[in-house]
Write a protein that binds this ligand. Structure first.
Ligand code: BGC
Length: 784
């Protein structure tokens, strides 16, 4: 069968490169080489063209294929998103090439501060440019469909508006440097288990409203140079082979003009990928080359379609610093960026609890920020001494250092118990040694399993325990205790339910430290150094304060201490719901639980029919995160949008006005406490008759953050929603439809803390879309 061609060479703009001339000089084989990368040693096939370009920037993920005789250089593609990922050292070179490890995506999104995220992007982009890379393979904006997805740390939110706006700010910042980004993974890479072969079964409506919406917002707003398709299938078709996704929706409907590339080794049929409009196959393998050449020769793939992919890849090369002859310095401003990461990390931390102990009637005060009298800190939890900067896999960064909480406290002028420090350092060293030995033993028995394990996030040691007497003596010597709970996750592997829950050693540590310190009249703070949601309901009553520090990059310990000490007031809010139990999230019915991480390899690329492994039914439909919990009244541990401050805010004068298609809400926020702080204001919309119409009880449509407000200071924020943003996707009509009627506009501090309810009448409207990407199976979709 021949793929129906849609190529229209006029769609491709000409700039510095005379594309027609280049094309006229390329043989079919040259073209096929050009649209796939230069291969990867050991993975691309025996005679793949593994060129010298991989040493352009060692440790980068890949490059495009150079056409030297035509003056077309290879451009360098490197990961992202928490910073640039390249090798820190090079053979025979005494210089170092460390990059700044910025906070994980989840933390950045938790700032709800697009200006700050733009600044972080600007700093990351400077490292990309000065280290000689051209495109950063970031941001990663898949929806946090379930708390256990192993890559949630890279992602932004369960809500597409937060994900889209955060990504737009990040892309804008990076690209201000004249380098590119690659928004990924387009789309629905919501589980790591069998990620290269799993089929996401999603209704057209959920796909449009939830899984594509964030991409649509970011792509229209910030125009990333490239889009990276995901590994998975959606409704039976690999995303990189889906013309419906990559051409019809992305280009025809959204007007995207950039280049599309695969995720590394994603998809199968090279000719089909070209036909779909997936311009570049990275890092390329022999079979893709063969498939493209054979496709054109047999007439299955129109050469004009291949030419279009070549042209769009040329467009990318043309914009790159390398083509423009930029002389990079290999000396980005790492010192300035350390300050950027330190400050941005502090802003995305979420204060979950801060309660007086003893009770205020007995003279008790809130534990945070630390009072002047707090000098000696007793530090518990292995992670306090071995802080986690970010997740593992391609989202990791080769950083020069990580400031632990121990070092952060010392830098902040606090004294930390030496006795505890010595005990923990020994304990951690022993645990690491044992882990190393176990890996060596595994390698002797099963080399493949050992190689795989070395890519995966390691396990953290069980928490060290102390006798009541030891704890009592430590409490006696300290002004306050901090317990850090750590979690590490990463690419290739979804988290386990046991990783969501606290283990016995963690629960016991929290219980005993709280008992003994409270008996001694001292307070306890729990710090979460994590990349994804954990269980909190069973233990959150025990400590006096809980701060979610996320994985805060290389300055993590300093950032935490900036918050603990009150130098920076916490103003982060959650961009996802924290369920009471893992099983409370509706998607947990349809998510791989504790599967064998080697499933991809065991399947050898063949698609089987195991539920949640080979396919996953997105039966929660549009009811993801708070759209589910708030619509079905399911209690949560912490709602979406939640976060405390050291101060308090009052909302007043909320009003709403409609001007043509735009609905504008204004609200005045006043700092009513006695500490400086910023407040995030969230605007949700409730559609008329939403239950009968099977729409969520509320959906976030806009948000804004105040500046730093001094005690007593006010600011009036303006939030705008366009009528078109209120549309739902109507599958029967294949259209975005806004129902006529009175909509409620909820001005809120979290999805469950509504400060004012306004109303506006909105007229009906309908925008046609293409009837594509239909599920091929019947699903039992959740309805209100
Ligand atoms: C990841 C991508 C990454 C690519 C290149 C893949 O395994 O899924 O996010 O950009 O590798 O390193």
């Amino acid at each position: 069968m021949m793929f129906t061609s849609c190529a229209n060479a006029d769609q491709v703009t000409k700039n510095g490169i005379d594309q027609d001339e280049v094309l006229s000089k390329l043989s079919l084989e040259d073209k096929a080489h050009f649209v796939i990368g230069v291969g990867m040693k050991g993975f691309s096939g025996d005679d793949a063209v593994i060129g010298a370009t991989q040493s352009l920037v060692p440790g980068a993920a890949g490059t495009t294929y150079p056409l030297d005789s035509l003056g077309i250089p290879a451009v360098v593609l490197a990961d992202g998103p928490a910073g640039l990922r390249i090798d820190a050292t090079r053979e025979g070179d005494s210089a170092t090439y460390y990059c700044t490890h910025f906070p994980i995506g989840t933390l950045l999104a938790s700032t709800w501060n697009t200006k700050l995220i733009d600044e972080v992007g600007l700093a990351i982009g400077e490292e990309v440019k000065e280290y000689g890379a051209d495109v950063l393979l970031a941001p990663a904006i898949n929806i946090m469909r379930n708390p256990l997805c192993g890559r949630n740390f890279e992602y932004y939110s369960e809500d597409p508006v937060v994900a889209g706006k955060t990504a737009a700010a990040y892309i804008t910042g990076v690209q201000k440097n004249g380098v590119g980004t690659s928004i990924k993974h387009f789309a629905a890479n919501n589980q790591e288990t069998n990620r290269m072969n799993t089929d996401a079964h999603i209704s057209q409506r959920a796909l449009r409203e939830i899984y594509l919406k964030g991409f649509e917002i970011a792509i229209k707003e910030a125009k990333p140079w490239t889009v990276m398709t995901s590994y998975n299938y959606i409704n039976g078709v690999y995303t990189s082979e889906s013309k419906d996704l990559v051409t019809t929706i992305l280009r025809d409907e959204w007007g995207y003009e950039g280049t599309v590339m695969t995720d590394w080794f994603g998809g199968k049929d090279g000719a089909r990928q070209m036909w779909a409009g997936n311009d570049m196959l990275q890092p390329g393998k022999n079979e893709q080359f063969d498939s493209i050449v054979a496709g054109v020769r047999s007439g299955k793939l129109a050469e004009a379609d291949l030419d279009l992919c070549v042209k769009r890849t040329l467009n990318l090369v043309e914009k790159s610093p390398r083509f423009q002859g930029y002389q990079y310095s290999n000396k980005p401003n790492l010192e300035a960026h350390a300050a950027v990461t330190r400050q941005s990390a502090a802003e995305g931390m979420v204060l979950m609890k801060n309660e007086a102990f003893p009770a205020p009637s007995k003279g008790g005060k809130k534990p945070l920020p630390f009072k002047e009298s707090v000098k000696n800190v007793a530090l518990y939890g292995c992670t306090s001494y071995d802080f986690i900067a970010g997740g593992t896999g391609s989202g990791n960064v080769n950083h020069a250092y990580v400031v632990s909480l121990l070092d952060g406290l010392k830098n902040g002028g606090y004294t930390v118990s030496d006795e505890l420090k010595t005990a923990y350092e020994q304990y951690i060293a022993d645990a690491k040694e044992a882990q190393k030995k176990a890996l060596e033993e595994l390698a002797m028995k099963d080399r493949q399993a050992a190689t795989l394990a070395s890519f995966m996030p390691g396990t953290l040691p069980a928490e060290k325990q102390f006798t009541p007497d030891e704890l009592a003596a430590q409490a006696d010597a300290a002004d306050v205790a901090i317990i850090t709970i750590g979690r590490i996750s990463g690419e290739f592997l979804d988290r386990k339910v046991a990783d969501f829950n606290l283990n016995d050693s963690e629960k016991q540590l929290i219980q005993q430290v709280c008992d003994v310190y409270h008996k001694a009249g001292k307070q306890v703070v729990v710090l979460l150094n994590i990349g994804g949601v954990i269980e909190t309901a069973s233990w959150k009553d025990l400590p006096d304060a809980i701060l979610c520090a996320w994985q805060a990059g290389q300055e993590g310990g300093n950032s935490v201490v900036d918050v603990l000490s009150g130098k920076q007031s916490p103003s982060g809010k959650f961009t996802m719901t924290w369920p009471i139990k893992f099983s409370d999230a509706y998607s947990s019915k349809n998510f791989p639980i504790d599967e064998d991480p080697r499933i991809d390899m065991l399947n050898q690329g063949q698609k089987g029919d195991v539920k949640n492994v080979d396919y996953t039914d997105y039966e929660e439909d549009i009811y993801v995160g708070y759209r589910y919990f708030d619509s079905f009244d399911v209690p949560v541990s912490y709602p979406f949008g939640y976060g405390l401050s050291y101060t308090t805010f009052d909302y007043s004068n909320a009003s709403c006005s409609a001007d043509g298609d735009a609905i504008t809400v204004t609200v005045t926020v006043r700092n009513t406490g006695n500490h400086e702080g910023k407040e995030v204001v969230e605007l949700y919309v409730s559609a008329p008759d939403n239950k009968a119409a099977n729409k969520p009880a509320k959906e976030l449509k806009a948000y804004a953050k105040t500046k730093q407000l001094k005690a007593g200071e006010s600011e009036t924020l303006t939030l705008t929603v366009n009528a078109a943003d209120l549309a739902s996707f109507d599958e029967a009509a294949s259209a975005w439809v806004v129902a006529e009627g009175e909509y409620q506009f909820l001005v809120a501090a979290s999805s469950q803390d509504i400060k004012a309810t306004l109303a506006a009448n909105v007229k009906a409207q309908q925008t046609k879309a293409h009837d594509v990407m239909k599920p091929q199976v019947q699903m039992n979709l959740l309805r209100r």
